[in-house]
Write a protein of this length. Structure first.
Length: 210
């Protein structure tokens, strides 16, 4: 199951902790009642080795004050002490590496939050798209390759907008190669795909006469 958000280990009782999946799109009440919830660690990104709660475990967590809606939604998973210890070691390794790079644990939390907000940001203009791409590159260790292109095709409206912009740019004296390169970078598309989009407007229309 793919999940968009954060995974956290929490425990305010004796015994093994649980994994709580916190969606990035909405606030979550982990425990009913007053008082802070001790966060053991935020589980690093990747595969999460959790287990569905048994009826006995659900009753235990409810008695401890766990939010019943959170349990019934399937966002609470069981985890053994051994796996919880491994998660903790992974978290400590991430913090240690970040420290070597001059970042604190608070800095990491800010970066996690920023990445979530960046994923939810959908700019409508060229400047906004370029800003999002540039900022997103800072949080990726992968190099950028223009040849890789975009894995999905753009919408009909986006193709129409590209053609209209290309006509205006050509009218202003910009050559086709520069236009293709700019659109390829802006939309993260293959150069060949951009060329095909712009060539579509030049194809003659076929009419059927009855």
């Amino acid at each position: 199951m793919n999940f968009q958000g954060a995974a956290m280990l929490v425990r305010w009782w004796d015994g093994p902790p649980v994994i709580v999946l916190v969606p990035s799109s909405e606030p979550v009440c982990i425990r009913n009642g007053n008082g802070p919830v001790r966060l053991i660690c935020k589980v690093p990104s990747g595969a999460i080795r959790g287990f569905p709660l048994t009826p006995k475990r659900k009753r235990f967590l409810l008695n401890q004050g766990m939010n019943p809606i959170l349990i019934e939604s399937g966002h609470v998973l069981d985890v053994s002490d051994a796996l919880a210890s491994q998660f903790q070691k992974e978290r400590e390794a991430v913090i240690s590496l970040a420290k070597q790079c001059g970042l604190t644990s608070d800095d990491l939390d800010k970066i996690y939050d920023l990445k979530e907000k960046l994923a939810e940001y959908h700019p409508s203009d060229h400047t906004g798209r370029m800003a999002k791409r540039a900022l997103g590159t800072l949080f990726s260790s992968k190099g950028y390759s223009m040849g890789a292109g975009r894995p999905k095709r753009i919408s009909t409206d986006e193709r129409r907008q590209l053609r209209e912009r290309a006509e205006k740019m050509e009218g202003a004296g910009q050559n086709r190669r520069e236009i293709v390169a700019q659109f390829s970078e802006e939309y993260e598309l293959r150069l060949s795909y951009v060329r095909r989009i712009l060539e579509d407007r030049r194809k003659p229309k076929t009419y059927t006469v009855a």
